[in-house]
Design a binder for this molecule. Structure first.
Ligand code: ADP
Length: 402
């Protein structure tokens, strides 16, 4: 009966039962009736197509994909397990239960490994409804999980797109604003040079404010540009020795260290797989901040690293003014500061650059702090990519005091 299907429908008018669309791959009409009876007796209002071969099965799928497929293992013109190949080819996820006269345990396990959902022997058909219910439940859970994953992937895509748009906007805005701003700054400078003392006192004051505003805006725009460049720069990944990075940073910050009397220590830092320039920016911003936001005590700053859960975890600890917990996340946002510029200089860009660099490198950054006691900035860098030699450097000790 190649390519043909017989429609069998059963219904129980007394109790409303869940509807079930099934395809039976079965050559024996009597067995098909027994299967349907077992389903009807227990719990389903079944509408089923009975097919015997690949042609009939493909037609049944095309007509109306069923919720469940019940397939005999041995058929004269086909094999029950071939159902799975057709489903894969059609990209369909429909549970397939083998209903067979005899199926040894070894064969049954092999069939399940290959993708059959379950199997029921023909002399235990009373098990069939429960097996079907479980298969449908699992299929439903799979669908929900897949939908949730798709939603998440979509959100991640959207977020990446909107981040890229924002970055592009920040770059274009800050880049293109530089030119007109340069004009404003140049002409307010000219105004103040040519007319200072020649107009009235207010005019001098106003020109001074305009000039200050233009200069500050120039700095802000340069910072914004620096921030957007971090995300756009091509990363030159290499093994970076963090001890060498710290030596560079201490040199750059030398005058601030001398002036503040800060003591900076670092010990046995590892080599990591990162972009040298950007990682240096991170250490420089964190150590620079630790010096800048010092308290009344002599400044003690310590930089350390330890391995945990497949990553390096770095910490930059200070005994400075600290940060109240409610600001612990805000401070990583562009231009967010907790103090007036007159108290502590800066534009609030350093930590947002650190965050971007660390996230691009595959890590995370956060702060643990208590106001008035000190702060510990922590960040992670994945171990992967680091060489064996780089990893063992973590056990050597190098200490530097400034
Ligand atoms: P900036 O240093 O220019 O203000 P950052 O983005 O580097 O910008 O830091 C943002 C804010 O986070 C700082 O203004 C300060 O309020 C807080 N902060 C950063 N580092 C420290 C620190 N080590 N101790 C206390 N506060 C800090």
């Amino acid at each position: 009966m190649s390519g043909t299907a017989t429609k069998l429908a059963t219904a129980n008018p007394v109790e409303p039962k869940p509807k079930l669309r099934a395809v039976l791959v079965e050559d024996n009409q009597l067995d098909a009736q027994l299967v349907l009876r077992a389903l009807k007796k227990d719990s389903f209002e079944v509408s089923a197509l009975v097919v015997q071969d690949e042609g009939g099965f493909t037609q049944a799928l095309a007509a109306d994909p069923p919720e469940i497929i019940l397939a005999d293992y041995n058929l004269p013109n086909w094999k029950g397990m071939e159902v799975l190949n057709v489903l894969r080819r059609e990209g369909l996820d429909i549970p397939m239960i083998l209903v067979s006269g005899a199926l040894g345990d070894v064969t049954a396990v092999e069939c399940i490994k290959q993708g059959a959902t379950d199997y029921v022997l023909k002399d235990s058909l009373s098990r069939l409804p429960e097996v079907i219910r479980r298969a449908l439940r699992e299929k439903n859970e799979r669908t929900l999980r897949r939908q949730a994953e798709q939603k998440l992937a979509h959100k991640v895509d959207e977020l990446a797109r909107s981040n890229a748009d924002l970055e592009q906007f920040a770059y274009v805005a800050s880049h293109d604003l530089q030119e007109p701003l340069r004009m404003v700054a140049a002409y307010t400078q000219l105004l103040s040079e040519r007319y200072s003392g020649k107009l009235d006192e207010n005019a001098d004051k106003f020109i001074g404010y305009a000039r200050e505003g233009a200069l500050r805006m120039q700095v802000l725009i340069q910072d914004l540009l620096a921030f957007s460049r971090v995300g756009r720069a091509d990363l030159a990944y290499a093994i970076v020795d963090c001890n060498a990075v710290m030596r560079e940073v201490l040199q750059t910050l030398d005058s601030a260290i001398q002036e503040s009397g800060a003591v900076v220590t670092y010990a046995g830092l590892p080599s990591v797989w990162a972009d040298h320039t950007q990682l240096t920016q991170v250490f420089q911003n964190l150590v620079g901040n630790a010096i800048k936001f010092r308290g009344s005590e002599p400044s003690q700053i310590s930089v350390q690293a330890e391995q945990s859960d497949g990553k390096w975890m770095f910490s930059v600890r200070d005994n400075g003014i600290g940060i109240a917990p409610e600001y612990a996340e805000n401070i990583f946002v562009v231009f967010q500061r907790l103090h007036a510029r007159s108290e502590y200089p800066g534009n609030g860009i350093g930590l947002s650059i650190c965050k971007k660099v660390i996230e691009r490198t595959g890590g995370k950054i956060w702060v643990e702090s208590e106001a008035g006691v000190g702060s510990t900035f922590k960040f992670t860098i994945p171990l992967e990519g680091s060489t064996e030699e780089a990893l063992t450097q973590g056990s050597s000790t190098e200490e530097k005091k400034s």
